[in-house]
Design a protein around this ligand. Structure first.
Ligand code: NAP
Ligand code: MN
Length: 256
């Protein structure tokens, strides 16, 4: 069964491209369904994140194949000017499957997953929290929040926080402060910390009232939570179709 679906950015241009792709796939005998083998992602990196979250419960059954409208993305290998190649490589079965790791958070509210980052952010008041790494107390932190990102997510929010960009292929995660307050009473590292991807980071607070737990584009209230553990998910990952290899530095150059 050759089945597909679309996740398309909400602009006319992306919609028109999706329509073109739909016609070509249909003519080649493919069927559009709600439980597809391939999800065509037409838009930006934000669209890719949205697509993964939409299919979170079916990740083992779908692969994502992306066309970036605009600049070159971190989650996709093709721009719209490459539409012909994008389609031909797919129809010829010449794409290769790669897996992207997911971060996961575990708390009393359940589990969340993220491609880019999981963050705790409190815009309502100063957040105090204890940070444990692999069960060992690391620091007491005070500030707006903390961000844990994947290698892929290092160029997203993490980069705005002055976290290090992590080159493709590094099996690590990065912990970065969001406006940490540093003075004699509360001591925290202050600089980004890169850890092995096997690390487990636990955040504990007397109260997270007012804070949000963000997982890419999803957020949930932390009002009823006192602990959250963040780690690479041992169970879930994202299957992505790649048709060609783009140099990481070529992607990086699109950011500035
Ligand atoms: P969005 O508008 O879809 O994404 C925000 C911007 O981040 C877009 O320009 C997007 O690129 C870019 N982006 C996403 N993932 C990236 C990656 N891995 N590397 C480089 N750039 C990336 O906003 P949203 O729907 O809220 O998406 C949530 C994401 O936005 C979060 O995962 C977070 O990383 C990012 N974010 C950033 C900040 C910040 O930098 N201050 C604040 C909040 C959230 P496209 O234009 O290609 O879609
Ligand atoms: Mn976007």
């Amino acid at each position: 069964m050759n089945t597909f679906a679309f996740v398309t950015r909400k602009d006319e241009h992306s919609a028109a491209l999706a329509e073109q792709i739909r016609q070509r796939l249909t003519a080649a005998g493919y069927t559009e369904t709600d439980s597809p083998e391939t999800v065509f992602v037409i838009g930006g990196d934000g669209t890719f994140l949205y697509a993964v979250h939409q299919y979170l419960e079916q990740l083992e059954h779908v692969t994502f194949y992306g066309l970036h409208t605009g600049t070159l993305g971190f989650c996709t290998d093709y721009r719209e000017s490459d539409l012909e190649e994008f389609l031909q490589v797919f129809l010829d079965g010449k794409t290769e499957e790669v897996r992207l790791p997911l971060l996961e958070s575990i708390s009393a509210s359940g589990r969340t997953y993220a491609v880019n980052e999981i963050r705790i952010e409190n815009a309502a008041r100063t957040q105090v929290m204890e940070i444990y790494i692999n069960g060992e107390k690391f620091e007491t932190y005070r500030g707006t929040g903390m961000c844990v990102c994947t290698q892929l997510g290092s160029t997203a929010y993490n980069r705005s926080l002055r976290g290090a960009v992590l080159a493709e292929g590094l099996p690590v995660i990065e912990l970065c402060e969001i406006s940490g307050i540093h003075h004699s009473r509360y001591r925290s590292l202050g600089s980004p910390l890169v850890l092995k991807n096997t690390a487990e980071i636990e955040f504990r607070a007397e109260s997270f009232r007012g804070a949000l737990l963000g997982s890419d584009n999803d957020v949930l209230s932390m009002d009823d939570i006192q602990r959250v553990t963040v780690r690479m998910s041992p169970g879930r990952s994202v299957r992505v179709r790649r048709g060609r290899r783009i140099s990481y530095f070529e992607r990086l150059k699109t950011l500035f």
